[in-house]
Design a protein around this ligand. Structure first.
Ligand code: MIC
Ligand code: SF4
Length: 642
């Protein structure tokens, strides 16, 4: 029986476990990436493992998130990251070189290899036929140490593409259509593998837009075959030697098949406050727009930027709005500079930002009160822009550019002929902003600024486990709710005590104070708890505040793994109706929890306040049980080492 491409790559990298969906497998990781907002913590953790060099084929440390440098803190973290990279054998992509996913696609990704990144959009590299997975920083630290990465064996969904995109319809519309159909939890536990005759019509930058935003489905990864288009892209990047053809067997079997006719798609838009709240652009036509932001790891390639420039050429940005452009990489920025596209953008009144995440993670450019902000980005969660009541919409770079000149949401097909921009046959290659590791690591001193505080630790899992329900949240709570980012908070990523002042404050500003006063407790969540980013701070900070367990209807994959890594017990309601009976302030108690976990026996929670008990599931692998019992992955590793 034939195999999917996902199965082939997994089989080549399988270290432990069986390829049975849902069962834990261990994968050998060839490459890793980190970005600064998660990387600082990841390297602090890597340092505690006591190795002299990373043990991967290639590890890259990027600086792209914390770029505002409103005081010494971000700059200090950058210096730390640069010294760590030099010492431990990593490539260092300097601030200004671009967004990790865009640069990794351009300069490092290799078809058929595995990539683990401390950022949820790591699957962008799936556009090259790489099995790329997002994870918490600690998992990436451990992978850099050469240990396997553990993940539930995914189900594989074949997305069968037919037809061709019509004028003004873009790759962004492909993934928005999947989000419309499947929702932000529709991809949990799955890899989306693209196939069918429509694949050949999509270039690697287009494929990368689709695989990037597969993260919004909650998917483990998304993957395209490595074909002639992949070869062309790598050759244009001067890396043809990295190419190898890869595809599924013609008779491969899949857990699920989704058919998508590219010809039938129309321009789509996601409305506030979720990437799956998708409607056709024409339904919102005429809605006044106050801000347009183009860029992010989803839509910031040179192809996107050239397309935007072609739409703006000779026009002026509408007086009611502000347009920002953040190029995905130095390469993309250089190329639009050389082609004249940059001059067209500037002439039209676009505000050109540096090649970084920027407004996507609320690092500047917060919209006005109640503003409508249209973005070519991938996330529109409430408050993410830095303005609590702003309304964020997501669409293709084309739809964004047209709105920027019209001042309102417009179906771009009204403009007539669409600009024709093709992937260049040669990219401008200049890797001078990528620093190789030091030749003599013994000469490198790690530089730690005062913003870098020691890693918080905890002891083994307590038994009985008892505490107050500190917060009850709804479905689809994001890591942006649990541990917000943005200009004020992001610089604190290496300072957990300071960061803890902001935990859950988007839902309840009194949370940090209450958690401290209660000496910790439990959190209750709905479906898909912890969706969104890979930030392990959304587990590390609750751990620091004494959170012992999270009870939810279901969890997002990366966040659940992060909870386990920091010794917080993720429990699932056996009967979802029990969610509705709990009240904030209820005191809950789990007796004999250590023994139950070790013996694989059922667990019951006693509600001491209301006087009843209810069953919960934990679905932990034997390895995860040991990690939870030890009080987290670092404790577990240290226990094993001794
Ligand atoms: C995001 O898009 O939310 C981020 C910021 O890139 C995060 C990582 C982080 O919080 O540092 C992600 O996607 O994992
Ligand atoms: Fe950066 Fe935004 Fe991409 Fe996250 S989603 S990596 S913040 S550009």
């Amino acid at each position: 029986m034939g195999e999917s491409l996902t199965y082939k790559i997994i089989r080549e990298h399988l270290v432990s476990g069986e390829m049975i969906p849902g069962q834990e497998i261990g994968l050998r990781i060839d490459q890793t990436l980190t970005q600064d907002a998660t990387g600082t913590m990841a390297y602090l953790q890597f340092e505690t493992l006591g190795l002299e060099r990373v043990r991967t084929e290639r590890s890259v440390s990027y600086v792209d998130h914390n770029m505002l440098q409103t005081d010494f803190r971000n700059a200090d973290d950058h210096r730390y990251l640069q010294s760590v990279a030099a010492k431990y054998g990593l490539y260092f992509s300097r601030p200004g070189n671009g967004i990790c996913h865009q640069v990794h696609l351009e300069r490092f990704g290799v078809p058929g290899k595995t990539l683990l990144g401390s950022d949820s959009h790591t699957p962008t590299a799936g556009g090259l036929g790489m099995l790329a997975i997002g994870a918490g920083g600690l998992d990436v630290a451990v992978a850099m140490a050469g240990a396997p990465f553990y993940v539930p064996m995914p189900q594989v969904v074949l997305v069968w593409l037919t037809g061709e995109l019509q004028p003004w319809v873009s790759a962004k519309d492909v993934i928005l259509e999947l989000l419309r159909r499947l929702s932000v939890k529709g991809g949990v536990g799955k890899v989306f593998e693209y196939g069918g005759p429509g694949v050949a019509s999509l270039s690697v930058p287009q494929r990368a837009t689709i695989t990037n935003m597969g993260a919004e489905l909650g998917a483990t990864s998304s993957l395209f075959p490595s074909d002639e288009n992949t070869r062309r892209f790598l050759a244009a990047q001067g890396r043809e030697a990295d190419w190898r053809p890869l595809s599924a067997d013609p008779d491969a079997t899949y857990d699920e098949v989704i058919e998508l006719d590219l010809s039938a798609l129309e321009p789509l838009i996601a409305q506030p406050h979720s990437p799956d709240n998708v409607v056709p652009v024409r339904e919102l036509a005429g809605l006044p727009v106050d801000q347009v932001c183009i860029g992010s790891c989803t839509n910031s390639s040179v192809v996107d930027l050239e397309t935007v420039a072609a739409i703006l050429r000779g026009k002026t940005v509408h007086p009611r709005l502000s347009l920002t452009i953040s190029p995905g990489s130095k390469q993309a920025l250089t190329m639009i500079g050389q082609s004249g596209a940059l001059a067209s953008l500037v002439a039209a009144g676009a505000r050109i930002l540096e090649a970084a995440c920027g407004p996507c993670i609320g690092m500047g450019q917060a919209p006005a009160s109640g503003a409508v902000s249209l973005r070519s980005f991938n996330r529109n969660f409430e408050g993410r822009s830095g303005t609590a009541d702003a309304k964020l919409y997501l669409a293709s770079a084309e739809v964004c550019a047209v709105a920027a000149i019209r001042g309102e949401i417009t179906d771009p097909r009204e403009l007539g002929k669409a600009p024709q921009v093709h992937m260049p046959s040669h990219f401008v290659i200049n890797d001078n902003m990528i620093l190789p590791p030091a030749e003599d690591p013994s000469k490198v001193e790690i530089i730690r600024g005062p913003n870098i505080k020691p890693l918080p630790t905890r002891g083994p899992l307590e038994d009985p486990l008892e505490g107050e329900v500190l917060l009850i949240t709804e479905d689809n709570v994001t890591t942006d709710h649990i541990m917000p980012a943005g200009a004020q908070i992001l610089p604190l990523r290496s300072n957990i005590p300071a960061l803890s002042e902001y935990a859950f404050t988007r839902i309840d500003p009194t949370f940090p104070k209450r958690a401290r006063e209660a000496g910790g407790g439990l959190i209750v969540g709905g479906e898909n708890y912890g969706q969104g980013s890979s930030r392990e701070h959304a587990a590390l900070v609750p751990m620091y505040l004494g959170i012992k367990a999270v009870l939810a209807k279901s969890f997002a994959r990366i966040h659940r793994a992060n909870l386990i890594n920091f010794g917080i017990l993720p429990l699932v309601f056996a009967d979802p109706a029990d969610y509705g009976r709990l009240r904030q302030g209820d005191r809950l108690r789990l007796e004999g929890v250590r023994q139950a976990l070790e013996g694989g026996q059922p667990l019951t929670v006693r509600n001491l306040t209301q006087g009843y008990s209810f069953p919960v599931r934990y679905d932990l692998s034997p390895r995860q049980v040991q990690i939870i019992l030890a009080g987290g992955l670092l404790n577990y590793i240290k226990g094993q080492a001794s």
